[in-house]
Design a protein around this ligand. Structure first.
Ligand code: 5GP
Ligand code: ZN
Length: 126
């Protein structure tokens, strides 16, 4: 069943056909660097920096804007987890970013934070 998220123009597939849900369920392989009860972290298939991993909640949320106040602890967990992964890799500088909506560059409709590091980062982003 496909439903349209009123907050954006990205189809949220509730039939569990979501790419990142499938990675969470191990139906699609990924280079996993961390797993806990709430989150999975894996390498981006098309890295944009020497370190480029995706910090993904196991719960399906179509985007950051699809979260609610019920997800406050989960969102905090994802950000703290990104810090711990950066610390574990001795990365003092890193960028943590989520693209919300197609216009912002979101291509996978399951909330994820990009953790990028290992090269100089320009600002503003393109
Ligand atoms: P977005 O464009 O939604 O902000 O980020 C989606 C990211 O997922 C992209 O950086 C893209 O390279 C990555 N990606 C897309 N498909 C796959 C996949 O099958 N496996 C992995 N590991 N990453 C993927
Ligand atoms: Zn999903």
């Amino acid at each position: 069943m496909l439903e349209w998220d009123y907050k954006d123009i990205i189809p949220i597939d509730l039939s569990s056909d979501c790419l990142f849900c499938r990675i969470v369920r191990r139906e699609i392989p990924a280079q996993i660097v961390h797993e806990d009860e709430q989150a999975l972290v894996f390498k981006d298939v098309a890295p944009q920096a020497p370190t480029h991993v995706l910090v993904v909640p196991k719960k399906h949320l179509g985007s950051l804007a699809a979260s609610t106040d019920e997800d406050l602890a989960l969102l905090g967990h994802l950000q703290r987890l990104a810090c711990r992964i950066a610390e574990g890799a001795s990365l003092s500088s890193f960028r943590l970013v989520t693209n919300n909506g197609r216009g912002a560059g979101q291509s996978v409709a399951h909330l994820h934070y990009h953790l990028l590091a290992g090269r100089p980062m320009a600002w503003p982003p393109g």
